[in-house]
Ligand binder design. Structure first.
Ligand SMILES: *Cc1c(COP(=O)(O)O)cnc(C)c1O
Length: 370
């Protein structure tokens, strides 16, 4: 045990640092991974691994408490909201949200695969109004100028469309409670939480390893539906239990805490936004000035997190070659989602600008070679 800890302490040398553009699970700060590794061997020098302690251990409760308090601090969450950690992924929230909040009718903005999946679940509980959709244009833009029905129980949006590379960067004004799936852009920029009723997401895009889901809920919206809700699917169970009603995902919550501490130490979400804008501008500029690549999302709706591009028609047959070339040059995860094709570079908080530059160099080198 001692020897292993020493090895861990002397900093594991990685033979070759890859440029990690994975869409999710995805890149985390190296320090956060190293701290997690240490806790896996010996949690807080207590002689036990974090993998083998009780979630009710005296030294784990402070982990949850601090994670919640950092959520509130970093996102400037007002009074009257709860933050909980659950299992089941963002996909389980697609059904928990209507279970807890849809009495008669809910409104949804259809901006992609995830929005559609959320709508499908909601239909099991009541009327679903699709206020607008960009499906006909393969979700390459965010619909605007739609009307939100004022008698809806809530209006649901997906702020960042991980697959299609579009993003809603402005906090929407909604006449009914605004619910947002922020799986892939939480903590990437400041948001005005007071404009939202619920914000949720799987943690594995920009926060932690897979296994934990975060939910931010405005408390006063709960308890209004008349249907009975199974205990585990009732948000109130997890709020009352402080995310400890049953065994929570202990390790991912701990890594989330480490990442939240890292975020705070590095200037919080405002600093992240600055860095994310810089990275996105750099890559979009390279795409726009390239003679072989072209972006797929409408310019005004471009995501800072997931940058999608393809090869121009006349170079289409070179896509597989570029993927191979990129891979040989240390790029990981640049293949586009199967429903869009081409390429997707996910540029989450932890991705250094050097990786974006390396990808651009790789694109330029390939362009020169053909
Ligand atoms: C990845 C993703 C999901 C699905 O998350 P799971 O945790 O795998 O259920 C939902 N919504 C968005 C926007 C995503 O990016």
């Amino acid at each position: 045990m001692k020897i292993i800890l020493q090895i861990c302490d002397t900093k594991i040398k990685f033979t070759m640092k890859k440029h990690n553009f994975n869409a999710g699970p995805s890149i985390l700060p190296r320090e956060v991974i190293e701290e997690t590794a240490k806790a896996v061997l010996d949690f807080q020098n207590d002689g036990l691994s974090i993998l083998e302690i009780s979630h009710r251990a005296k030294n784990f409760q402070p982990v949850v408490d601090e994670a919640v308090s950092l959520f509130k601090e970093l996102l400037d969450i007002p009074e009257g909201y709860s933050v909980i950690f659950l299992g089941g992924g963002a996909s389980l929230e697609f059904c928990m949200i209507p279970y807890n909040f849809l009495e008669k009718k809910a409104a949804y903005l259809n901006t992609g695969v995830w929005a559609k999946k959320a709508m499908k679940e909601a239909k099991l509980f009541g009327d679903v109004v699709e206020v607008a959709s960009s499906a006909d244009a393969n979700y390459t833009f965010i619909p605007k100028n739609y009307t939100i029905p004022t008698d809806a129980d809530y209006f649901h949006i997906t702020t960042n469309n991980t697959i299609y590379g579009t993003e809603i960067l402005k906090d929407i004004d909604s006449p009914v409670p605004l619910f947002a799936d922020m799986s892939s852009d939480i903590f990437s920029r400041p948001i005005d939480v007071s404009k939202y009723g619920v914000i949720y997401g799987g943690a594995q895009k920009n926060l932690a390893p897979a296994g934990v889901t975060f939910v931010i809920i405005k408390n006063e919206l709960l308890g209004k539906v008349t249907r009975p809700i199974p205990t585990m699917l009732d948000y109130r169970t997890h709020i009352d239990g402080g995310s400890m009603f049953n065994t929570p995902p202990v390790l991912p919550i701990y890594t989330a805490l480490l990442n939240l501490r890292y975020l705070k130490a590095n200037g919080g979400v405002a600093a992240m936004e600055k860095k994310n804008i810089e990275k996105a501008n750099l890559l979009y500029d390279a795409i726009d000035s390239s003679k072989i690549f072209v972006g797929t999302a409408k310019e005004e709706d471009r995501s800072r997190m997931n940058i999608c591009f393809v090869m121009k028609e006349e170079y289409k047959e070179k896509e597989a070659d570029f993927l191979k070339f990129a891979q040989e040059n240390g790029m990981v995860g640049v293949k586009g989602h199967r429903s869009v094709g081409g390429f997707r570079a996910s540029c989450y908080n932890a991705l250094p600008i050097e990786s974006v530059q390396a990808l651009i160099d790789c694109m330029k080198k390939f362009e020169q070679s053909i």
